[in-house]
Ligand binder design. Structure first.
Ligand code: ADP
Ligand code: MG
Length: 207
């Protein structure tokens, strides 16, 4: 008796807003579909920016997606014939998403995740650090800085709010390079000499 062995894997596409994460996810999904592999696409319920059941890129390319409340819902909704699991806006899930994704890969699924690596404060977003660590393949992509046209790795929030999650589009966010990104636009960011900045930081860490 022979049976087919499926090799599972975890791919993570990350970067700031407008970097093309969703477009890249859709590209991979379409190629899997051309290869006649059954794909299920999930997104967190929280992402209601566009059509509730679509994954939509900023270029308006769409694929049908299943909105889920939490990471475990993905396991519950999985169909027998599915081979590829794609998850967009993966940064909005709780930490259980890493366990779910690892379990899927161990059972032979190809898992494709797309999400913001950093939040608007340029801090690691939710479960992204652990997802990036368990991934077999990581693609970090950039947008274009709206100020200077350089490669942008940050997402600048334009609206005053301290909430980590604030859904919005070009009205609320812009892609920025490291030089033109500022956590608080009003706050004057004066630079201390590097050693003056590092020494207190290092002694805090040692204590
Ligand atoms: P993400 O999912 O990373 O937010 P999308 O795949 O939805 O990205 O959209 C990427 C598209 O956004 C680009 O192909 C481009 O047409 C558009 N876009 C708008 N603003 C920018 C920008 N500042 N830099 C790069 N692309 C941008
Ligand atoms: Mg997107």
């Amino acid at each position: 008796m022979s049976y087919q062995v499926f090799h599972g894997s975890i791919e993570v596409v990350c970067g700031p807003m407008f970097s093309g994460k969703t477009s890249e996810l859709i590209r991979r999904v379409e190629r899997a579909q051309i290869a006649k592999q059954r794909v299920q696409i999930f997104k967190p319920c929280i992402d209601i920016r566009y059509n509730k059941e679509d994954v939509v890129s900023h270029t308006s390319r769409t694929v049908k997606a299943e909105p889920v409340e939490n990471a475990v819902d993905i396991l519950i909704r999985l169909k027998d014939s599915t081979r590829v699991v794609a998850i967009d806006e993966v940064q909005f899930f709780d930490d259980a998403i890493t366990t779910v994704v690892v379990k899927l890969a161990a059972r032979g699924y190809r898992v494709i995740c797309a999400g913001l690596d950093l939040d608007y404060r340029a801090q690691p977003f939710g479960p992204m650090p652990s997802l990036l660590a368990v991934a077999d393949e990581v693609m970090k992509i950039h947008a274009i800085c709206t100020i200077c046209g350089a490669s942008a790795s940050r997402t600048q929030r334009l609206i005053k709010s301290k909430a980590q999650v604030l859904l919005g589009e070009t009205d609320a966010y812009e892609a920025r390079c490291r030089a033109h990104y500022q956590y608080d636009e009003d706050e004057e960011q004066t630079l201390l000499p590097l050693q003056e900045e590092i020494v207190p930081l290092a002694s805090n860490l040692a204590n």
